[in-house]
Design a protein around this ligand. Structure first.
Ligand code: AHM
Ligand code: MG
Length: 301
């Protein structure tokens, strides 16, 4: 945890001073997901790998910014799954981005090849919203907690996060420009329900989900199945399972909420087949997540 917190603080420092140092532009490379890499993505990746390796506690890490598994320390007891700078489109504007991670414990019997863990098997998951100095951490069966950075650069005063049951303040968060590309069931769900709630979208999962967790409601990134240009469909969704969707789903579950994919399967039960696997995501207050699942099932029936 010290390594992860150290990395987050270091990334935040670079981010806050990045515009003047020319670090907020594109790096001129394309990542494993076929997306443009920003200079800040690379800096955040290098910082995180450094801290995790130095800790000596991690056997392998999986990062959005590395196609291959990153070998760390043969003696390490943990796997760390991370996205060192999520929400890259906010980088040129200095707007919020996330550093998201999940942690699982390795098996100590025989050769270790079991890094592909379902979220249910994580011990902890967390997200830093950068550069706002907030850290949300969920520990297995021990709840979700939010910390704020103080003037001595320490994350302090944890507050337990529990999704509010009263729907009055609930918010919806999704990329509304994509709505006509969603499955018909979700399109009609949106039409029937969107006027009941406020709508917020920052474009960085950690920042958007940060609000969902505090105010209740739902963040969703549905599958894209009705794009006018079928080549642009994303039936598997956009977000990555191991270091994006499972992280917020674990945090959400520990705060009393839930998360499912397009077929209604709990995100935390999905057994990854590949470390960069994608998934559709519906995460937040149970009644909203459950009603989107019903809407999808009805439309398919
Ligand atoms: P990234 O990992 O390339 O930054 O993409 C992940 C981000 C999430 O943070 C955010 O929820 C989503 O992609 C936004 O996507 P879009 O711009 O399509 O709305
Ligand atoms: Mg990402």
């Amino acid at each position: 945890m010290d390594a992860l917190i150290g990395a987050a603080k270091h990334i935040e420092e670079y981010y806050l001073t990045g515009a003047l140092k020319g670090n907020t532009g594109l790096a001129g490379a394309i990542n494993v997901q076929g997306e443009d890499v920003f200079r800040m993505d690379q800096i955040a990746q290098e910082i995180t790998v450094h801290y995790l390796k130095t800790s000596g506690r991690v056997i392998h890490a999986i990062s959005e910014e590395s196609e291959e598994i990153v070998p760390m320390n043969a003696e390490g007891r943990y796997f760390v799954y991370f996205d060192p700078l999520d929400g890259s489109s906010n980088v040129p504007h200095g707007l919020p981005v996330g550093f998201m991670f999940g942690v699982a414990r390795r098996n100590l019997e025989g050769a270790e090849d079991n890094h592909l863990r379902a979220g249910r098997d994580y011990l902890a998951a967390g997200m830093f919203v950068i550069p706002t100095g907030t850290f949300t951490l969920a520990l297995k069966d021990a709840g979700t907690w939010r910390f704020h950075i103080d003037d001595t650069d320490e994350f302090v005063k944890p507050r337990r996060m529990i999704l509010p049951e009263d729907p009055k303040g609930w918010e919806l968060s999704f990329n509304s420009a994509n709505r006509h590309t969603y499955a018909k069931g979700i399109q009609s769900w949106i039409e029937q329900n969107e006027r009941k709630y406020s709508f917020r979208y920052i474009g960085a999962l950690a920042a958007d989900f940060h609000r969902t967790l505090a105010n209740g409601g739902m963040f969703m990134y549905p599958a894209i199945v009705n794009h006018p240009d079928p080549k642009k469909n994303r039936p598997q969704g956009k977000l990555r399972l191991m270091y994006e969707a499972s992280v917020v789903s674990f945090i959400c579950q520990e705060a009393g909420g839930t998360a499912v994919d397009e077929s209604g399967t709990p995100i935390l039960d999905i057994q990854p087949k590949h470390h960069h696997q994608r998934t559709a995501l519906y995460v937040g207050s149970k009644p909203l997540v459950e009603s989107t699942t019903k809407a999808l099932a009805v439309a398919l029936a």
